[in-house]
Write a protein that binds this ligand. Structure first.
Ligand SMILES: [Zn+2]
Ligand SMILES: [Zn+2]
Length: 319
């Protein structure tokens, strides 16, 4: 049992509370009293009944009384809209000395009090923050840096985004990073090295002509892809657009006539892989179900879930 048990502050994050408890009781790190797996479960929002039992041997406060995390579904690419690495307002920490739960919510991009960007990595060394006590003293968690953290200005263009738009931008950032994305990744919580930067990159792809052109050129000029029919070369673009929740300029930009290939048949390379989700093959590429069912993935199966990954390369010649 820990000897000093300050209460969790109303708007304090769960992991931040454990850090503060640790510090108040003279520990340098929660794993000095709590086992590694329980501490990890706290920071990753994946507490099992066992983890709660372990935690309760040190803190006699029930799961209900502790304000842990909540779940919600907002995005195709993650289940929870709270990230599991620390995000902070450096100015608030200086004033308050604790980490707020609301900072974990990716819908909050800036601190409403100081109007500064919530940051998840150090502006000095560019390293992501980890759940360590240095944060409570407003210090970078990278030991080689250990700089005091400064407030950052929020980029104008992303300042007013709502949660659905933020999720769209994060989705687009995946395509901005890898234009040849044919299957949407899915994780429990948002994983981005620098959330604000990812949102900005996604926002630019969704709204800027120049970024859009570069993206399309990457699709059409790629040497591994340029023998494919146009419908397949543009598939990542169509997948992105059909997966968005809000209306963005990219939907209009994509309507401009696509360069059609005049050469009737380029020499067909042997394409061995083109992995997509079953649902995308049906709804984005509009491949008839009967044709899809001829693929080996369907062998001896009544049906497949829409998010099942299938390789449609064997069908390319018949399309
Ligand atoms: Zn603040
Ligand atoms: Zn640093």
């Amino acid at each position: 049992m820990l000897s000093i048990l300050p209460e969790q502050i109303t708007d304090e994050s769960f992991a931040g509370y454990i850090l503060r408890l640790s510090k108040r009781n003279g520990f340098a790190d929660p794993v000095e009293w709590l086992n590694q797996t329980t501490w990890e479960a706290i920071t990753k929002n994946s507490m099992s009944a066992n983890h709660w039992r372990t935690l309760n041997t040190f803190i006699p406060i029930s799961e209900k009384e502790l304000r842990a995390h909540f779940f919600a579904r907002h995005s195709l690419i993650f289940d929870d809209y709270r990230c599991n690495k620390p995000r902070i307002c450096a100015l608030c920490i200086k004033e308050l000395g604790y980490l707020k739960e609301s900072w974990q919510y990716i819908g909050n991009l800036y601190c409403p009090k100081h109007k500064t960007l919530l940051i998840d990595n150090c502006p000095a060394c560019n390293q992501s923050f980890t759940w360590q006590q240095q944060l409570l003293s407003n210090q970078c968690t990278n030991d080689y840096c250990a700089n005091p953290l400064k407030a950052e200005i929020i980029p104008n263009e992303i300042e007013e985004l709502f949660i659905d738009e933020i999720c769209d931008c994060l989705l687009a950032s995946i395509f901005a990073k890898d234009p040849l994305t044919t299957v949407l990744p899915h994780s429990k919580v948002p994983h981005f090295d620098n959330l604000a930067l990812a949102i900005t990159q996604g926002f630019n792809l969704l709204t800027c002509d120049d970024e859009f052109t570069v993206f399309c050129n990457n699709l059409t000029d790629n040497k591994d892809w340029n023998h494919l029919p146009m419908q397949f070369r543009y598939f990542p673009l169509d997948l992105l657009i059909t997966s968005l929740q809000s209306l963005w300029p990219i939907a209009c930009m994509a309507k401009s006539p696509r360069k059609r290939q005049t050469e009737a048949h380029l020499e067909m390379y042997e394409q061995t892989q083109f992995i997509v989700a079953y649902g995308s093959a049906l709804n984005v590429l509009t491949i008839p179900n009967e044709l899809l069912r001829s693929l080996p993935e369907f062998k001896n199966k009544e049906k497949l879930p829409l998010n099942a990954r299938i390789n449609i390369a064997p069908l390319l010649e018949s399309l």
